[in-house]
Design a protein around this ligand. Structure first.
Ligand SMILES: Nc1ncnc2c1ncn2[C@@H]1O[C@H](COP(=O)(O)OP(=O)(O)OP(=O)(O)O)[C@@H](O)[C@H]1O
Length: 245
């Protein structure tokens, strides 16, 4: 597979605070890479750099071989904070990012993606009329409708309750089975990373570097109780200094 994202010797300080201390990795086209690391190690900073929202002090990021200097049209970020407009309906939110096509074409596309994430019948609902999980699905649909090549997900499900979190993992896998995207996921949830990703990068404490990398060679749907995956969880937790939990 071709390299979609190449991160090359990226370093970042905030004033005198070293945060990212030389990070290198590549994400292949269509690959799902999860990044886990201790709280405050610099995960979000790294994600912002890889998505083009923050400039590294040293090193570079390229997307499809082109240097990244600002947020590009190929990527879209889904974060824990949410991005839907409260004053627009689900359909209007989904139509917002679409630049081409007639209004009826945009509405049809918006409805298609609303249905894909299980929001059929809620196209005309406003965000405050949705549950937390439905709102998160609306956000995912809003990201997908613009057909991004890269999905940057920063703790996308962390504000949801545990059951909805599990449900959303499956929703995301279902969508990815239908439409392949390159995904970079930041999470502090090791099981979430094991359930979803093709590869898991473990970051060290701040100033962060890549401490370990694990490939997850199991077909979906995965059973987290599988002995290989239990061992993988143990190995990742050991890297994080949390073994035996
Ligand atoms: N814009 C900024 N200006 C100054 N310091 C910053 C800025 N953004 C992040 N930092 C600092 O960089 C460090 C890493 O923050 P970052 O949010 O990247 O970590 P994180 O691993 O995502 O944290 P968490 O796991 O708690 O979400 C923190 O010490 C934070 O205070």
């Amino acid at each position: 597979m071709d390299a979609k994202i190449v991160v090359n010797s990226v370093k970042k300080n905030f004033n005198a605070l070293p945060v990212v201390d030389g990070v290198d990795f590549t994400v292949a086209d269509g690959e799902f890479v999860a990044i886990v690391g201790p709280s405050g190690c610099g995960k979000s900073t790294l994600m912002k750099i890889v998505a083009g929202f923050e400039r590294p002090d040293q090193g570079a990021v390229s997307i499809d071989g082109q240097p990244l200097t600002k947020p590009g049209p190929k990527g879209i970020v889904i974060s824990q904070h949410g991005s839907v407009f409260p004053w627009l309906t689900v359909q209007q939110n989904l139509m917002f990012g679409l630049n081409s096509g007639s209004d009826s074409e945009k509405a049809a596309l918006a409805d298609h993606y609303a249905e894909m994430v299980g929001l059929k019948g809620f196209e005309n609902a406003y965000p405050h009329e949705l549950s937390g999980g439905m709102l998160k699905r609306a956000e995912i649909a809003r990201a997908l409708v613009v057909k991004p090549e890269i999905l940057y997900m920063d703790e996308p499900f962390s504000a949801l309750d545990a059951l909805m979190n599990l449900k959303m993992r499956n929703e995301l896998l279902r969508v990815l089975a239908e439409e392949r995207h390159t995904v970079l996921l930041i999470t502090h949830d090791v099981e979430e990373a094991i359930y979803l990703a093709d590869r898991i990068l473990v970051l060290s404490p701040r100033p962060t570097r890549i401490q370990a990398s694990f490939r997850v060679d199991h077909a979906h749907p995965r059973k987290l109780s599988h002995p290989d995956l239990l061992q993988l969880k143990e190995d990742i937790l050991a890297q994080l200094g949390l073994s035996g939990l």
